[in-house]
Design a binder for this molecule. Structure first.
Ligand code: NAD
Ligand code: DAU
Length: 354
């Protein structure tokens, strides 16, 4: 069972896109370790459920004993670490899980990776990579006109989510600096595309609009995010894994800054065309109470990864958002599967009981 890559969080949104892409294009088998929280979904992996190159284990990255045994058993050549609590609004309601998984969980994974890596022969040690998938939110908020985040931007996380991701980045960096563990960190902007859990802006708006429900835009709707199509992100990660320099950070972004209102209007106009409802979907927009501490603007300067590794996103926002809306329209079974009691509980807490 040697020479797998160990992917954590591979049943979530980005992780499942990554694992599917990996299985399509690489020969190394995948050990997919995921706790299957509300955000993890085996339906995301249905296309590879019978593929012998994909092994799924329902485990927690906080369980050092289990993680250590999996390292011994599968002898991974690399770790790609996606597992996290990922939703900012949930971190505001309940930060404890974010500290537990994003900080303590990453620490446990690093410790087990270090113990395993130390036991390898020199050439295997050199080839090993620990790729930590992080976020642009660690850099804090930009004002209009500020230059986009480069890898040198100072850390200034503003939410419990981004603070927990920043802490995990620092641990990863320290494990390279102190122990020589061959780590690489990527910080990427807002992903969108197939299999995204409908608590995040784009899928929430698609589903609500499809069902004639209000489209809750926080504050004035002018907050800006830099949108990255998930397949472009996964391609960048594969490249970083193969060619990225150890100890480095790479920012990954879509060069697609949009206000939230622009994003919602784009979704609405695609739905007007593909699923007309008699009145413009944009008439469902409702401005609601703002997110506490809401970061105004994120923007990624992805020059380093372009210059060093030759990566550029393939999708524009216009092509990516159309593909995304089409995917949700074509996958009602998947949608019905994720709208469980837990999802309804969250929608009631965040949008109805206020
Ligand atoms: P997601 O919430 O869709 O998926 C997270 C996955 O991790 C789920 O499958 C969940 O079951 C699993 N998980 C959670 N806690 C776990 C634990 N203790 N042990 C094992 N598995 C656990 O998240 P996503 O949007 O796919 O994000 C993946 C990673 O990318 C995260 O680290 C996130 O911080 C980062 N990121 C996401 C975005 C984005 O726009 N979605 C942007 C930048 C960075
Ligand atoms: O920037 C990268 C980050 O992007 C990732 O690290 C996070 O894991 C991911 O969740 C995402 O964080 P955001 O907070 O930017 O994403 P979200 O989809 O929650 O919100 C996008 C913007 O839309 C944000 O400005 C808040 C706003 N919003 C969101 C929701 C859910 C609304 O106006 N209404 C909503 O109902």
């Amino acid at each position: 069972m040697q020479n797998h890559i160990l992917v954590t969080g591979g049943a979530g949104f980005i992780g499942s896109n990554f694992v599917q892409r990996w299985i399509q294009s690489a020969t190394t088998p995948v050990l997919n370790l995921d706790k299957l929280t509300y955000a993890g979904n085996l339906q995301n992996l249905a296309s590879i459920s019978n593929d012998p190159r994909h092994t799924f284990v329902r485990e927690d990255i906080n369980d050092a004993g289990v993680v250590g045994k999996l390292f011994e058993q599968y002898m991974p050549t690399s770790v790609v670490h996606f597992a996290a609590e990922s939703h900012v609004d949930r971190s505001i309601h309940g930060p404890a899980d974010f500290v537990k998984t994003n900080i303590n969980g990453t620490f446990t994974l690093l410790e087990e990776a270090r113990a395993y890596w130390s036991s390898l022969k020199a050439d295997a040690q050199q080839r090993f990579r620990f790729l930590h998938v992080s976020t642009d939110e660690v850099y804090g908020s930009l004002n209009a006109g500020d230059p986009a985040f480069t890898e040198e931007h100072k850390y200034c996380p503003n939410s419990p989510y981004s603070a927990s991701k920043a802490a995990s980045d620092h641990l990863v960096r320290a494990y390279h600096h102190t122990y020589g563990l061959p780590t690489i960190i990527t910080n990427c902007s807002n992903n969108y595309g197939p299999y995204q859990f409908p608590e995040k802006l784009i899928p929430l708006m698609v589903l609500n609009a499809m069902n004639g429900k209000p489209l809750p835009v926080y504050g004035d709707g002018k907050n800006v995010r830099d949108w990255l199509y998930v397949e472009d992100h996964c391609e960048a990660l594969m490249l970083v894994l193969r060619k990225g320099r150890v100890g480095e950070t790479y920012n990954i972004g879509g060069w697609n800054e949009r206000t939230n209102l622009d994003v919602v209007n784009s979704v609405c106009s695609i739905l007007d065309e593909l699923r007309p409802s008699g009145k413009p979907h944009a008439s469902l927009v409702e401005f609601v109470k703002d997110r506490p501490g809401h970061d105004r603007r994120y923007a990624i300067d992805a020059t380093k990864i372009a210059n060093e590794l030759g990566w550029k996103p393939k999708e524009t926002f216009e092509t990516g958002i159309r593909k995304t809306v089409e995917w949700y329209l074509a996958n009602e079974k998947w949608i019905n599967g994720v709208r469980t009691g837990e999802y309804q509980k969250w929608i009631n807490l965040q949008y109805i009981s206020k």
